[in-house]
Design a protein around this ligand. Sequence first.
Ligand code: PXG
Length: 449
Amino acid sequence: MNKSQLQQHDREHLLHPFTDFHDLGNQGTRVITSAEGAYITDIDGHKMLDGMSGLWCCNLGYSRREISEAIYEQLNKLPFYNSFFQCTTVPSIELADMLAEVTPAGMNNVFFTGSGSEANDTNLRIIRRYWDLKEQPEKRIVISRKNAYHGSTIGGASLGGMSGMHKQFQSLDYIEHIQQPYWFGEGGDMSPEEFGVHAARCLDEKIQELGPEKVAAFIAEPIQGAGGVIIPPETYWPEIKKVLDQYDILLVMDEVIFGFGRTGEWFGADYYGMKPDLMTFAKAVTNGYFPLGGTMVSDRVAEVIKSKGGEFTHGYTYSAHPAACMAGIATLNILREEKIIETVRDTTGPYLAKRWAELADHPIVGEARTLGLVGALELVKDKNSRARFDDDCTAGGVCRDMSIKNGLVMRATGDTMIIAPPLILTIEQIDELVEKAHRALDDTARAMA
Ligand code: PXG
C-alpha cells in the first residue's frame, strides 16, 4: 500500500487512542516506518529527532539489539507461561531480583502487569486488601491530584485528574482530587516556594475534611508528565512528606514516566528523597520494546499481604510474561553497564538545563524548565502577565506541527510544549534539539502574529 492507501485504510479501520477522529480524517495519520538511535523516519523519508522517546518509553533509543535479541531468544525457548497457581518462569524471578536492587530501599516485591494503567488498578486492589487485612476496612478513599495522569482503564482514569477524560466516563466514587503543584499556571502572585507549600497543604486539608480514618492512600507522579511536565516547586515534596508523616496513609508514587533514569536518578522517589509504599512503573522498563508494567510493593505492605494468608484474587494473563521480563532484564543491564543514568545526572542533564534555559529569552516563551532529561516551554502572548494566545490553546498545536516540520518531535499539552528525549542523547544532539526547538518557536511566533 502507498501512503494515501495506508491513510485511507487507517481511517476506515483503526480507532486511535486519544485522537480527534474528525481531525484525523482531515489530515491523515503520520506513518512512521523506521527508527534508529534517537531518530524516527516517516513514510515520506522525513527524519526527526525523537524528542519524546516514542511515548516516554524508548529511553535508550531504537537501536538496542540486546533487547530485541533477548526477546527473540526467549520467544523461541519459552514464549509464554503464566505465573498463576504456584507457577513461575526464570526471567520473571530474575527481573524481580533486579528491580528489588534498583528501586528504593525497602521495596523488595513486585507485582507484574502489562501496562501502567493495569499497574494502577493493581495498586487500588493492593490498597484495599492491605487495609482490610489490617482490619481497618473503613480506610477506602484514595486522594489524587487534578491534571494527574494515571492511565486509561476505569481505575487509572478515575485516579487521573484530567477533566476532559472525566467527562467521558463514570469515575470510581472513592477517589478525591486536590490541587496540582503547577506554579506557572496556578501560582498567581505567590513565589514558587510559597506555592509549593500551599499546594502540599491542600493534602492536609483534604485529609482533615474526609477524616484520616477514611483515607487509604495518596497517589502522585513525582513530576506530572502528560499533564505538561509540571516540576513541583522545591518546597512541595518535603511538605507532602511532613503531611504524610502525621497520618497512617499509604503513599503511591507513579513512576511510569520518571522511573528508570529520566531525572538523573533511578526513580523520582530517589530524586525527591521520598519513601513510597507502592511504586507504579511501565514504559522504559523494557525500553518500550515489549509491553510490561508493574508495581513495586514496600516491605510494609508486602508483609501484610503475604503473611496474613489467604488468596489475593488478582492477576492478569500476561503478568510476568517471560519475553517481557527478558526485555526488562536486557534494558536494566544496559542502564547499569553503560552508566546511562549517571550521564544524565552529571553531563547531559546539566547541559540540557543550560541550553534549554536560553529559550526563555524567546518572545513567545513564558517559562523554560527542565529537570534531568525532560523539559517544558510555556507558550505565551505576553511574558509578564503569562497570558496565552487564546482560550483554545492553538499555539501548542501550531508549535508541534512547526517542530515536526523542522525535524523534531515535540509534544503539546495545551500551550505547554514538552520534551522527554532518549537518555542516550549526546551533547551535539542536545544542541540540535535546542536549535530545532528555537526554529519551531520562530515559525510559531510568525504563524500566531
Ligand atoms: N501513569 C503515568 C504517570 C503515565 O504517564 C500511565 C500511568 C499509564 O500507562 P499505560 O502503559 O497504561 O499507558 C501513564 C501513561 C501522553 C501520554 O500523551 C502519556 C501516557 C500514555 C499515553 C500518552 O503524554 N502515560
